[in-house]
Structure formats: C-alpha cells, structure tokens
Design a binder for this molecule. Structure first.
Ligand SMILES: Cc1cc2nc3c(=O)[nH]c(=O)nc-3n(C[C@H](O)[C@H](O)[C@H](O)COP(=O)(O)O)c2cc1C
Length: 169
C-alpha cells in the first residue's frame, strides 16, 4: 500500500481477531512513530508497548472510550519527557504526529488500530501515570489499540472544498 492509499483509506478499527500481533509488526510501528516530525527535531517521545492482558483490561475499566482494549492483542502508549523538549509545550503536537504515524503504519501492514485519547484529561493522566510508573516529567498523550481487524470499514469521504481558502479567508 502506498502512503496516499494508506492515508485515504485508514479508519479506526475497534474489533480484533485473536491472532497475535508480532514483535516484528510492533517494531515496524515504532520505527514509523520515531520517524515523525517534531518541534526543533527534539523527538521527546517515549513509547510503552503493552501486551499484558490485565493492564489492557484495567485501562478499559478506567477509560470511558477504551472498550476495545480487552479484545486488543497489544497497544502502544505514546508519551513524552518534557526534559527532552527544545521548545517547551510542543510535546503534544510531537506525540500526535507520532501517533498518526503509528495508525498509518498499522493500516499499511494490515493491522487494525485506534487512537485512545489521554491528553488533556487530567484524571486519565493521573491514572495512567500511576499504572505505568511514569516519572514526573513524562506526560502521556495517547494509547493506540492494535490487533488483526475483525471489522471492515469503508474509506472516509470527508473532503470539503468549502473549507479551503485561497490566499485569504
Ligand atoms: C485526539 C483523538 C482522541 C481520540 N480518542 C478516542 C478514544 O478515546 N476512543 C476511541 O474509540 N476513539 C478515539 N479516537 C478516534 C476517533 O473517534 C476517530 O478517529 C474518528 O471518529 C474518525 O473515525 P476514523 O478514525 O475511522 O476515520 C480519537 C481520535 C483522536 C484524534
């Protein structure tokens, strides 16, 4: 699948088969994540690979929109260490770029994935920081749930010419 096909056909997949996600597939996703652009090229991100069933279930119990995690075969949490930033406050944008790269790379290799939001919800931050023993300077942005797709979705058609402005609003 080329890059444009992946971008135009990616959808959030929340139903998964019981087939495992391999270490090689996860490695490819992490390579894609770390290839993302970042402010000042600081790359402040860290990634936690989660395969532990109890942890996946625990997150689902404490997050209102993570009901797919008990079915997921793995997940990747995207977070950032503010100490690694060149321009303070840019980490959410850096981590969002990395998260999108993971979603696209997952889709390109036939995996289903969905972005689970953490930032900027304070309660989710507190819960996740405790569950994963995050240092004080590390902030979680998202979790990407992963598995072999067990649902099919049509490509989105969201193009709106009226949202495009030429030269001025
Ligand atoms: C910042 C952000 C947070 C999101 N949080 C969640 C979430 O917590 N749970 C979930 O199921 N989907 C979440 N999503 C996925 C969106 O619901 C999804 O991208 C949107 O409905 C469009 O559908 P699509 O991804 O299939 O194109 C999130 C997406 C973004 C960008």
């Amino acid at each position: 699948m080329d890059a444009l096909d992946a971008i135009l056909s990616r959808r959030s997949i929340r139903k998964y088969t019981t087939e495992p996600v391999t270490d090689e597939e996860i490695d490819f996703l992490l390579q894609a994540a770390m290839a993302a652009p970042s402010s000042g090229n600081a790359r402040p991100w860290h990634f936690i690979v989660i395969r532990n069933r109890e942890k996946l279930d625990e997150i689902a119990r404490n997050h209102p929109y993570a009901g797919m995690l008990p079915q997921a075969q793995a997940a990747i949490m995207v977070c950032a260490d503010e100490m690694l930033e060149n321009h303070p406050g840019r980490w959410p944008q850096d981590c969002a770029a990395a998260t999108e790269n993971i979603l696209l790379a997952a889709h390109a290799q036939g995996l289903g994935a969905v972005w689970i939001g953490l930032y900027p919800e304070v309660e989710r931050n507190v819960f996740i920081s405790k569950l994963f023993d995050l240092p004080k300077t590390v902030h979680p942005l998202s979790i990407v749930a992963l598995g072999k797709p067990n649902e099919k979705k049509l490509p989105p058609h969201r193009f709106k010419p009226e949202r495009i402005h030429l030269e001025k609003w």
